[in-house]
Ligand binder design. Sequence first.
Ligand SMILES: [Zn+2]
Length: 92
Amino acid sequence: MSITDITDNQLIATTMATCPKCMGFLTENHKCPGGVWTRVSKAVLTVLIGGGVGTMAVYALEERPVSALVLASAALGAVLATAVRQAVGGRP
Ligand SMILES: [Zn+2]
């Protein structure tokens, strides 16, 4: 073992670690990107996932759901996902 080995291991460990908030690589001077676009994109992603889950739930319950029901469930899923995200993550 030499100092170089330890440094390499630390570098690998640091490179592999990711931030739980922004999923970015945790470097020594890591800062979460708190830009408005990050928050907007996360909100959009939450809505899309919630809508997708709501849509899948309808198709799981009904073989041929009417489009109005699909839309309503997608909207409900999106709203629920947003509410859950805010409840879990709190205000950024
Ligand atoms: Zn971060």
